[in-house]
Design a protein around this ligand. Structure first.
Ligand SMILES: Cc1cc2nc3c(=O)[nH]c(=O)nc-3n(C[C@H](O)[C@H](O)[C@H](O)COP(=O)(O)OP(=O)(O)OC[C@H]3O[C@@H](n4cnc5c(N)ncnc54)[C@H](O)[C@@H]3O)c2cc1C
Length: 386
């Protein structure tokens, strides 16, 4: 019997494993997931936690209950892929062999740069991030106690998970101090991005620029932070620009997991799995696929993209099992719900080549994002039913 080994039990690993287990009987394929953590976290609701629109308990579930019967879960850390012997080295369970391998280990944060970011985050007095659940909770509490001054959101580098999330944060914060706290006149908002503009895709880019301008959110483009000075409360960039903050929300640089570096021919310089953007196969190995945030697909790193990719990869693996040439390919499709203010969400829906939805803020989109997506995730998406 063929053995499919999936590295990582996040959104991508669980969606793929469950979808395949549903499609392929147990005597047709052995499926193993290696995951280093005991719990699974629903990250798209971190932004909601910051504004008290969801509670942390709803976002975390034990790994064990998430996989269908007939899927082996190994709780361990992958330390290396050995493509020559079709095996993976783990911290506790030695080497595990595979016929097909899927890299689904997501992205990790690099806290070494900009200088001073790590110390600021550890102090958690004026510097925060909502890219972890713990960080989202701390930022929520800091916003509740904020009396006035400058709130800045700065993106260190690209790519990051859900590139729209920092924009959601700053737009929601502006509305929070306007409609919830009623002290908008005491708060200045700054948004910085290393990119030439807040967003690259039309028609969403123009719409977001118009919102930022109308609501007085200052934008500093082409800003790659080099230093966070926790004493003076100043962020500097490599080009000599700087700004002052009273509360800083920072998105740390992202990279692929370190074990990719040890795995011959799997990753690029930033440890992203180097894959064909359509077939999802790594470029140098015909039986190693990549999925989700761990890859270098030139599209946004989102759970919505992962859902589409899991569907395609599941079909491709079924084709392999039948001895057929896989024909399913990924077109880069993602859907990103952008919270623009309380009760309004705009969906950015696009693929590698075109935008697929208008730039419209609506209450119906809000209901879907804030009230429906999390239950849909736990009950349908993760189970491979949607
Ligand atoms: C603040 C924020 C907001 C977001 N908002 C949205 C949104 O609105 N919509 C949307 O669609 N997406 C959103 N996302 C993105 C979404 O959460 C990710 O794209 C999605 O979770 C990616 O799934 P993944 O399986 O690739 O990675 P992950 O879900 O991160 O899973 C990777 C797994 O691999 C495991 N792992 C790592 N290294 C090893 C190892 N060496 N050995 C064993 N296991 C390992 C990790 O423990 C983890 O469980 C958001 C993310 C963040 C942070």
């Amino acid at each position: 019997m063929k053995h499919l080994l999936i590295l990582g039990g996040g959104s991508a690993g669980v969606m793929l494993a469950n979808r395949l287990r549903k499609e392929v009987p147990q005597d047709g394929l052995k499926i193993t997931v290696i995951e280093k953590k005991e719990t699974h976290i629903y990250q798209p609701a971190f932004t909601l936690v910051v504004f008290d629109l969801d509670v942390p308990e709803n976002l975390v579930r034990p790994m064990k209950g998430l996989l269908y019967e007939g899927i082996n879960l190994v709780t361990d850390e992958v330390t290396k892929i050995n493509p020559k012997s079709n095996s993976v080295t783990t911290a506790k369970n030695g080497d595990i062999t595979y016929d097909y391998l899927v890299v689904a280990t997501g992205a990790k944060y690099n806290y070494d740069e900009p200088i001073g970011m790590k110390a600021g985050l550890e102090k958690a007095e004026k510097v925060f991030t909502f890219y972890t659940l713990d960080g989202a909770i701390k930022l929520r509490d800091a916003l509740k106690n904020f009396k006035g001054g400058t709130i800045a959101c700065t993106v260190s580098e690209m790519p990051i998970k859900c590139p729209a999330a920092p924009m959601k944060f700053i737009m929601m914060a502006e509305d929070y101090f306007n409609s919830v706290r009623g002290i908008r006149d005491k708060v200045k908002f700054i948004f910085t991005t290393p990119m030439p503009a807040v967003f690259s895709r039309e028609p969403y880019a123009s719409k977001l620029s118009e919102i930022f301008k109308r609501r007085g959110i200052e934008t500093i483009a082409n800003f790659t932070p080099s230093d966070v000075d926790n004493e003076k409360c100043v962020v500097k960039d490599y080009g000599g620009k700087e700004f002052h903050y009273d509360l800083l929300c920072i998105i740390p640089p992202h990279e692929g997991e370190s074990y990719i570096e040890e795995s011959e021919g799997v990753g690029d310089a930033a440890n992203w799995a180097h894959c064909d953007k359509h077939t999802m196969l790594t470029l140098k190995h015909s039986n190693i696929y990549g999925i989700g945030d761990a890859t270098d697909f030139p599209t946004s790193k989102t759970a919505s993209g992962v859902r589409k990719q899991a569907h395609i990869l599941s079909n491709r693996i079924i084709s392999h099992l039948k001895g057929e040439e896989p024909t399913d390919t990924y077109d880069g499709e993602i859907i990103c719900p952008m919270l623009t203010k309380f009760n309004r969400v705009m969906f950015a829906h696009f693929n590698y080549t075109e935008s697929m939805s208008p730039a419209i803020e609506s209450y119906a989109n809000w209901v879907l994002k804030v009230h429906m997506l999390r239950p849909l995730y736990w009950n349908l998406m993760l189970r491979g039913l949607m």
